[in-house]
Write a new protein. Structure first.
Length: 168
């Protein structure tokens, strides 16, 4: 996955609208379905938990299908990009110990994966206004730059592909 610059205000506005829309759709849809089922199939004991749960499950599935169907719509471009970036960074995080060990030995793929991870994390944290641990990231980036210079490796995040993680 390639890192691209996205408009932070557009991303935040669209993400907030999608989240609010999904929340409202879940509330309205689950109530509508469960109340319809309760009216059609009343329980003499007064317990309608199963109808309420079914309403929530069906509505959540419908929302998921709707988001899946329209995931490539222009309105969701930034939201989908950040979702995929988080997934890509999680793949790297799961292999971080092995990557860091290989980077210490000068493995170019490990160094590239770490560079991508740091660049992607920096972008993600700026988009979410989460700059609390940016100093720690800058320290790790400086260490990575030192390793890259030591082993004479040029790091370009555009060269990163998820497939290099298979080795680690």
């Amino acid at each position: 996955m390639k890192l691209i610059d996205i408009d932070k205000t557009r991303y935040r506005r669209h993400l907030n609208r999608v989240l609010i829309g999904c929340g409202l759709a879940l509330a309205v849809g689950s109530l509508l379905i469960s109340q319809t089922l309760i009216a059609l199939f009343p329980d003499p004991s007064g317990s309608h938990f199963h109808w309420n749960a079914l309403g929530v499950v069906v509505t959540a599935a419908a929302i998921g299908l709707g988001l899946s169907k329209y995931r490539h719509h222009d309105y969701l471009t930034e939201v989908l990009y950040v979702w995929e970036l988080k997934q890509s960074l999680n793949k790297i995080t799961r292999k971080m110990r092995k990557l860091e060990a290989a980077a210490q030995q000068g493995d170019a793929d490990a160094l590239l994966a770490l560079q991508y991870s740091y660049a992607g994390s920096r972008q993600l944290w700026k988009l979410d206004d989460n700059v609390i641990i940016m100093d720690e990231l800058n320290t790790k980036q400086a260490q990575l730059d030192t390793l890259a210079a030591k082993f004479n490796v040029t790091l370009n995040v555009d060269d990163y592909e998820d497939s290099i993680l298979k080795r680690f």
